[in-house]
Design a protein around this ligand. Sequence first.
Ligand SMILES: Nc1ncnc2c1ncn2[C@@H]1O[C@H](COP(=O)(O)OP(=O)(O)OP(=O)(O)O)[C@@H](O)[C@H]1O
Ligand SMILES: [Mg+2]
Length: 368
Amino acid sequence: MTEGIPDASLVLESLTKVFDEKARTPVRAVDGVSLSIARGELITLLGPSGCGKTTTLRIIAGFEFPTSGRILLDGRDISQVPPNKRETGMVFQSYALFPHLSVFENVAYGLQLQKRSTAEIKDAVDVVLHLMNLVGMEQRMPHQLSGGQQQRVALARALVVKPKLLLFDEPLSNLDAKLRVQMRTEIRHLQQRLGITGVYVTHDQTEAMTLSDRIVVMNKGRVEQVGTPTEIYQRPASVFVADFIGRANFVESRAATVQAECAMVRVLGQMLHLPCPEGVRAGNEVYAVLRPEAVRLSEPREGLPQGQVRQATYLGSQVEYEVEVGDQMLTVVDYEPWSGHVFAEGAQVAISFRHDSVCLLPQAANGV
Ligand SMILES: Nc1ncnc2c1ncn2[C@@H]1O[C@H](COP(=O)(O)OP(=O)(O)OP(=O)(O)O)[C@@H](O)[C@H]1O
Ligand SMILES: [Mg+2]
């Protein structure tokens, strides 16, 4: 099995899907999405509800045809190939098991369609049931399984036909929080062990961060940014991404000078020399993005900007603060409340922050 799964590369070229084209208000569900996914890579489409994740996945699977653009699997244009000929497997949020078939029959289904021999089917099903920890449950019916077990069966059913590409549409959303955490780690291990190429859709950023080699952040049918979890979090390419992934303070600032792709900006009273986004000129307004955990509070001290704690919430492993600094409200999270002082509401505090954690974004029309 491990050697048996063919891995493939996937390329999306300017994929666009317009629903209700003739209607007065056509819906551009997917709008010029271009993407290249390497062999053995798992990428996640992440974005808010309605941003076009499922539609993109359904186009890749062949359940929808693009209005324009192409899909290449291993270099072959499959845009017009019917779904059952695409060699892709799909796992859905609803599991979509056949209710009247046993676990064995559900998993065997795809192989039976391929008219494989009984012995061959039994062997292949045994291997994936073992892989998915479902040995001993072969004869159970779907309603006799927990949600987690049903999702394992769905995954086994997708894997057994050795698809070139595995597609996941929010497969864990129906599971409880603890199981979700366990399953996402399992899926990641399995995907890495088998070298599966996959596209995974979710609106849960922790899931995306845990599972993905790279994340594609989508907004209104378009790709906002493609990058590793670290790149997306530490170097967001737009206000939308910075706001959607984790929490962020957007400190209003102005580029004093711009030279060699760097700008001098004043951030909370300190002059900083920071990488500057394209198109920003001296005098332009920018946001300095400051993650809450990059900000430190301490006793008031000369040379550091001061603020007042407006709200302090002790959460055990962390303390969350809302701090008023001039006319700006800052969210600050202290993940080491042991080490220092926990400040009370109303306290005067000094503000410092890691300079290398700050990134600049233009203040564009899509403001926060
Ligand atoms: N068959 C359809 N006909 C018309 N509009 C559609 C159709 N399918 C999806 N849409 C619209 O396309 C847009 C994108 O939908 P899509 O299901 O891809 O979003 P999503 O990112 O998967 O959202 P969610 O997180 O809620 O699942 C939405 O505005 C949706 O209403
Ligand atoms: Mg969806």
